[in-house]
Design a protein around this ligand. Structure first.
Ligand code: MRU
Length: 366
């Protein structure tokens, strides 16, 4: 439970949503629900250092832009808490080293560096009051980041609901890629937040979850969390999306984002660009939902977003056996960029931003 929870007035999270990150109850580490094991196994990994959390982030045991930021924030707080017996200068050195390792764990989601920098800044300032003060402020800031994310998820959901068409005499059909749900955040998710809210309000809906090659976050994670919440969900191979759209079985597409550039281009799980092209061709709205911490005004456009490249074996041995000849090169980007002109609206906790996106983003975040 979060120390700031009493400030919340609306329900931000309920036990139906799986938690991705927890501060260990005894303060000895950061607990991560190991998402590489889902849906087969529900295993928690206790990380006892910033290095271990960085390792878990690289392995995608915790993944999703907001969740890796929260995990890294707690990791840095842990590192400071473990260094309180050191002289302040040595603590500062440890803090900066850990912050560097965490920031570099994955390059695309701006939430990671954003969260690390927030915790580092307050801890450094508090160090003037002593090492214990630095530790307390670092933990408090990490917990705030966690709790703020919960609140942002809820607001994203409320704003995104305004984009859902009026109920008809059939379920609303929503398509999504990867996992932008509770597992990817500190709350009920971003793209999945309006799904949970609509479902909770009794609206009939159905979700098409793209399996999301190569690591199957859609079929392993989105399908898992939606089905355990009772939301009807159907998994399709990524290549089936066009056919489902052509059959008229999709009312809207909504995805998360790892970084939204100032001009409205949005990096998200590889395959998102193809999905946006398909949606435009079929006249289906394509929405991007993300918290304010994903908006990066320092990145002018999608071409400037660093795109993570994953190891070849995630494609070559994705199913635990050889699925591509050993000698053939594999290129495995983790993300692609959806150009802003293919996005019907961006939904953040601050509201709905419609095209022209660059202007709308500047008005809200400039
Ligand atoms: O590689 P992943 O699983 O971390 O990719 C995650 C995504 O692409 C999500 O859509 C994005 O981080 C938004 S999560 C709310």
């Amino acid at each position: 439970m979060s120390g700031h929870e009493h400030e919340a007035e609306t329900v931000l999270w309920t036990p139906e949503h799986p938690e991705a990150v927890r501060w260990a109850p005894d303060g000895s580490g950061v607990d991560l629900l190991d998402q590489t094991q889902l849906p087969e196994l529900t295993i928690w990994r206790r990380c006892r250092s910033a290095d271990e959390v960085a390792d878990a982030i690289r392995r995608l045991q915790v993944r999703g832009a907001p969740a890796i930021g929260i995990a890294a924030a707690y990791a840095l707080a842990l590192e400071v808490a473990q260094a309180t017996s050191l002289p302040p200068a040595a603590l500062l050195q440890a803090l900066r080293a850990a912050a560097g390792v965490l920031r570099q764990a994955r390059p695309t989601a701006v939430n990671l560096a954003w969260a690390v920098d927030r915790v580092a800044a307050v801890a450094e300032t508090a160090l003037a009051q002593g090492t214990e003060a630095a530790a307390w402020r670092a933990w408090d800031e990490a917990d705030r980041i966690h709790e703020e994310d919960r609140a942002m998820c809820r607001r994203i959901g409320e704003h995104a609901l305004t984009l859902f068409p009026e109920p008809e005499d059939r379920p609303l059909r929503i398509m999504t890629i990867c996992n932008a749900g509770a597992l990817a955040t500190g709350g009920m998710g971003t793209a999945l937040a309006p799904v949970y809210l609509a479902h909770g309000a009794g609206r009939a809906l159905r979700v098409w979850a793209l399996e999301t090659r190569p690591l199957l976050q859609g079929s392993r994670l989105t399908a898992w969390e939606l089905s355990r919440a009772g939301v009807p969900v159907t998994v399709i191979a990524d290549s089936v999306a066009a056919d489902v759209m052509a059959r008229g079985e999709v009312d809207l597409v909504i995805t998360g984002a790892d970084r939204i550039a100032a001009n409205g281009d949005a990096a998200n799980k590889v395959g998102s660009y193809a999905l946006a092209v398909l949606a435009r061709y079929h006249g289906i709205p394509f929405y991007v939902a993300a918290p304010s911490s994903t908006v990066d005004m320092a990145t002018p456009d999608g071409a400037s977003i660093p795109i993570e490249e994953r190891g070849a074996d995630e494609v070559r041995r994705g199913f635990g056996r050889l699925t591509s000849p050993e000698e053939v090169p594999v290129w495995a980007p983790a993300f692609d960029v959806v150009p802003g002109r293919l996005i019907s609206a961006i939904v953040t906790d601050r509201g709905v931003i419609r095209p022209p996106l660059g202007r709308g983003i500047a008005e809200v975040y400039g």
